[in-house]
Unconditional design. Structure first.
Length: 708
């Protein structure tokens, strides 16, 4: 069994902040749907990090067989973890997340999934908020539409009461003071309505922000929990970094779609209907047709141009990622670059990608200019045409000058939310793709799951037996790993498993923990087939010291406490003493509150392994499993640990996987495994008495240690 624990040291550590592009700092906000707040990107990074770490700790714990190259986390480029519309100029374009694809999800399922969060069954507070936000939205739109009306009335009032010379003193109707009072009131109302509409929009944002944030939180939590409930095989076959991106983007996608719907698409449609109806009723059907026609042409033009220019953004994002990776790779290889005097070469290589970025970026901005200019022309032509029509009606005596101002105001206001249509379209499309990835993971079912009404496994020291009955297993069809394996470990006994690399030792542990199901045969614990019992209770009955001790990026105390969060600090320290860790920890600058660093890289391999042992001791389960528990220890520590292990395993059933035979000499039974089959079995003395493979191995190891 190879020890991959120490090799973690060579793994890539993501730099905390490498800002390679100044643009990445200049976040772009989509004004009409700006419910991100300034802390969003920081939070995203933190959430991303926490999720990635938790999942990677999970997969690394159980993923000893994957080689280090596969296990390396793909470095996250900063831009890929920024929320939507914080990316350079707006959307990110879908990267290849095929590694995390799950089941196919229909649009209906996605809408239903989304509604569960925005209109939750048992949360009246959220429902009230959504209703209030919609009410505010309708009120704001009505107020907005009334603004041009107030202007119209003010102009008409002035116009009707002024003399033809325009001299205010030569009023034709009411007294000048009265006219002024009426006009002032109308114009003050104009200002109040404008301000009130803006105020209601802000209030609506504030009311809905909490719904959106709560749904993001709930979704992220649910997906996270779901990921933990999925099979080990799911995690082994997927990239952890990509998984965390799926959660992040998917939940943000939902937020984006909701926000775009509630704040942009639906209100704009509402306003369009309102404006067209008013224009139709008040000014005639030509005006209604004009506004409808304008919006239709505008929409078609925007969608077409947006589709055409999306490829420039794709090139830009690709070049950005490439440049980020090149710079990162070059900086990681800092020493190598120096050894070979290749600084200029590296800079030129980097510059080539920057050139690509520059070209794509220029195309993006010039195509944006085309889009914006075209959109502007469509509205300008419409407004001009509408005013010419109005002027004609005024001349014919069917409309007033106030009506002309009203038509202008209504159409101008309509153009405002439509100014972001292209971005909203692009972002919503992207959000739907992101949501699809997330919902399809949510639709993945774990293949190992509890039977309905599965019984709790109640294992005590007295009945803590383990039995493998004719167990066969293979990870892939046609490649058997365990071959008709049978053995029994009685309560309180210590069994050892010895065998070459790849002989299937760790697989036995994975089957015991029910990370996989045997192809045939049965596994019994405490006399119960583990297939029939509750998985949680099964895993509670065993404590494991894994081959690869990966720690959480927290303090030693936190990592030890992880064995059993319900235990007190003094019990944690007691466990650390039993695992011969206490003395090493007290020598550290912050003692138990020393940070262990990402994946525990800041403490030694031996210390990490003792943390694992201590937390297994803390878990205090009737069955203890050691997968090469002493592999990272020097001989002196090993002796101490062995003492500790003997103490820990006293009265407990234990299974020890070991390469160093000295560590399992006292086992009640030793199994020698080859190609998933037991080739020799017996206790140390019995095996030594025969001319066994074990005795040969023992002698070789004794010779080696004597030579040392
Ligand atoms: N998830 C997996 N998918 C496919 N094959 C796997 C998987 N995990 C392990 N294997 C293969 O199964 C075989 C047994 O693996 P296992 O980890 O049980 O060996 P081991 O005896 O513990 O080896 P080592 O001493 O090197 O840890 C190996 O050939 C390994 O490549
Ligand atoms: N009027 C255009 C552009 C709107 C706009 O300015 N969008 C912001 C993002 S919310 C932006 O920076 N876009 C850059 C781009 O589209 O390249 C449209 O309808 O899409």
């Amino acid at each position: 069994m190879s020890n991959t624990g120490s090799s973690n040291k060579g793994q890539y550590q993501r730099p905390s902040s490498v800002v390679l592009f100044p643009q990445q700092v200049n976040k772009n906000r989509c004004a009409p749907i700006s419910n991100h707040n300034d802390t969003d990107d920081v939070n995203t990074e933190v959430t991303d990090r926490v999720i990635e770490e938790a999942i990677s700790t999970y997969s690394v714990h159980h993923n000893n067989v994957l080689n280090n190259h596969q296990k390396k986390l793909k470095p996250l480029n900063r831009s890929t973890i920024l929320p939507t519309c914080y990316h350079i100029g707006g959307a990110h374009i879908q990267e290849d997340l095929t590694t995390v694809e799950g089941k196919n999800v229909t649009g209906k399922e996605m809408i239903f999934g989304m509604l569960q969060y925005i209109w939750p069954k048992n949360d009246m507070v959220i429902r009230k908020r959504v209703t209030l936000a919609l009410g505010l939205l309708a009120a704001a739109k009505v107020l907005n539409v009334s603004v041009p009306f107030l202007l119209k009335y003010a102009i008409d009032e002035l116009n009707e009461n002024l003399g033809s010379s325009g001299d205010a003193l030569l009023t034709m109707g009411s007294a000048p003071e009265t006219v002024l009072t009426v006009v002032s009131t109308l114009l003050i109302s104009y200002g109040v309505c404008r301000a009130a509409a803006a105020g209601m929009n802000e209030l609506r944002n504030a009311v809905f922000a909490s719904v959106a944030q709560q749904s993001i939180r709930k979704i992220s939590r649910n997906v996270f929990l779901h990921l933990h409930n999925l099979d080990l095989s799911f995690h082994l076959s997927r990239q952890t970094g990509a998984l965390s991106k799926v959660i992040d983007r998917g939940s943000r996608g939902i937020n984006f779609v909701l926000t775009a719907m509630v704040f942009n698409i639906v209100p704009t449609l509402f306003e369009l209907t309102l404006v067209s109806t008013i224009l139709g009723l008040k000014c005639g059907y030509e005006f209604a047709a004009l506004s409808f026609g304008c919006v239709s042409i505008y929409t078609a033009y925007t969608l077409l141009v947006t589709q055409w220019r999306t490829k420039f953004r794709l090139y830009m994002n690709q070049a950005e990622n490439e440049a980020g990776n090149k710079a990162m790779d070059s900086l990681i290889n800092y020493e190598t670059v120096k050894y070979f005097n290749n600084e200029l070469y590296e800079a030129n290589r980097y510059d080539k990608v920057l050139q690509k970025f520059e070209t794509a970026s220029l195309k993006t901005s010039s195509s944006l200019a085309v889009l914006n200019f075209g959109q502007n022309i469509i509205f300008s032509v419409t407004i001009s045409a509408a005013m010419i029509l109005a002027a004609k009606q005024i001349v014919e005596g069917n409309m007033t000058i106030g009506d002309l101002a009203m038509v202008n105001g209504l159409l101008f206001q309509l153009s405002m939310p439509l100014g972001f249509l292209g971005s909203v379209y692009r972002e919503v499309r992207q959000a739907l793709i992101d949501m699809q990835s997330m919902f399809s993971i949510m639709a993945c079912d774990p293949s190992v799951k509890n039977l309905e009404n599965a019984a709790q496994l109640a294992v005590t020291k007295e009945n803590a037996s383990i039995e493998f009955r004719n167990v066969c297993f293979g990870y892939q069809n046609g490649k058997p790993i365990l071959n008709n394996l049978s053995f029994v470990v009685s309560p309180g006994q210590k069994m050892a498993i010895v065998g070459g690399s790849g002989s299937g030792k760790s697989t036995i542990i994975r089957l015991l923990f029910r990370f996989f199901e045997p192809t045939s045969g049965e596994i019994l614990i405490g006399g119960k087939n583990i297939k029939d019992v509750d998985i949680d209770s099964l895993r509670k009955s065993m404590a494991v010291v894994p081959q690869d001790s990966v720690l959480f990026h927290d303090t030693i105390m936190y990592n030890l406490h992880y064995g059993d969060m319900s235990k007190s600090e003094s019990e944690v320290i007691e466990a650390a003493k039993l695992a011969e860790l206490h003395n090493s920890v007290t020598k550290l600058p912050n003692g138990y509150f020393t940070q262990v660093g990402e994946r525990g890289l800041m403490i030694s391999g031996g210390e990490k392994q003792r943390v694992s042992i201590a937390r297994a001791i803390l878990k205090d389960s009737p069955i203890l499993i050691f997968d090469e528990a002493t592999s990272s220890l020097d001989s002196i520590t090993e002796q101490n640990i062995l003492k500790a292990l003997r103490r820990a395993t006293k009265d407990k059933t234990s299974v020890c996987i070991a390469h160093r035979l000295s560590t399992i000499k006292d086992a009640d039974e030793i199994l020698i495994l080859r190609n998933g089959q037991i080739v020799e079995r017996g206790n140390h003395q019995m095996l030594m008495d025969n001319a066994s493979e074990y005795s040969e191995l023992w002698n070789i190891q004794q010779d080696t240690s004597e030579k040392k």
